[in-house]
Ligand binder design. Structure first.
Ligand SMILES: [Fe+2]
Length: 178
């Protein structure tokens, strides 16, 4: 661990963001439950929020950033919101293995363990009512909730709880002047 802020370790993440961008670019809103514009915003903002919250919670910020970026891969690929957490399982693994085979040598491979962490966080991120011991799973659930809130989406129930806990961990208080 070092506190040198010269260079944030985001080589693999940035490459993954490029791969994801290439995949999303040709998509349009046809037969999609959410506009593709939302997915674009959500990919980048979740990735950044995941890094910040990971730094605060003492877990790997690049792995968290990757999970933040690709946790909704199933929605991106199918356009379908329903069951998109579990449905992402094979897609996330295939996407990350593909990254490894194309860019692993030049940008650094993701280990089996790292792929497992990212896959789990994506598969379980839709289980907002379940509070587990898995730090990456919980982080992505919280980041997903906070990002929706910051984009002005209606926030209720467990989304509210998770948004609050993420803001608290970031030492932020939401003071709203109507
Ligand atoms: Fe999401």
């Amino acid at each position: 661990m070092s506190n040198d802020i010269t260079n944030f370790p985001a080589k693999r993440l940035n490459c993954i963001l490029n791969l994801l961008h290439d995949e999303m670019k040709p998509l349009n809103d046809n037969k999609r439950d959410q506009p593709i514009k939302w997915s674009f915003m959500h990919v980048y903002s979740c990735s950044q929020l995941a890094k910040l919250l990971a730094l605060k919670r003492g877990i790997d910020p690049e792995i968290a950033g990757i999970a933040g970026a690709i946790h909704d891969l199933a929605i991106i690929r199918t356009g379908i919101f329903e069951n998109h957490g579990p449905a992402s399982d094979p897609m996330i693994r295939e996407f990350l293995e593909n990254y490894n085979s194309i860019f692993g040598t030049s940008h650094g491979k993701l280990t089996k363990e790292e792929i497992e962490i990212i896959a789990k966080a994506s598969i379980h991120h839709t289980e907002k009512t379940i509070f587990s011991e898995n730090k990456f799973c919980e982080l992505i659930k919280d980041v997903d909730s906070l990002d929706r809130f910051l984009h002005g989406k209606d926030t209720y129930d467990h989304y509210k709880k998770r948004t609050k806990s993420a803001l608290e961990d970031l030492n932020l208080e939401y003071l709203h002047n109507p």
